[in-house]
Design a protein around this ligand. Sequence first.
Ligand code: MN
Length: 130
Amino acid sequence: MEHVPAEEIPWNPAPEEHFTGRVWFGPLSKVDGGIHALAVQFDPGARTDWHTHPNGQVLYVVHGSGLVQREDGATVEVSPGDVVYSPPGERHWHGAAPSSPMMHLSLTNEPAEWEPEKVTDEQYERRSGA
Ligand code: MN
């Protein structure tokens, strides 16, 4: 067994070309079998670009307040303990709320496929169909 204290997680900046705002990756994976576990920390207002996952993705919200949206859906607020499942190939984005940071755990077994489009401020600020 290996215990990695929180302060020894090797946090590093997420690639700017696929994100808006400040985002950090905390790699966690140490298991065989291809599961990629990644903690992702978003500053307030920070978010991913539009993307898909070839085999889907599970998100588990650890702290803060976040937003998720699929292409044909409203923007949904997420809180600690919430789980978001994105099926294979579904176009979506995720990130922090405008006034709160957010951290989620991401579980995948293939790298994301990134779209060329950023999530515009208009898309980001749009709220549930109301
Ligand atoms: Mn995703």
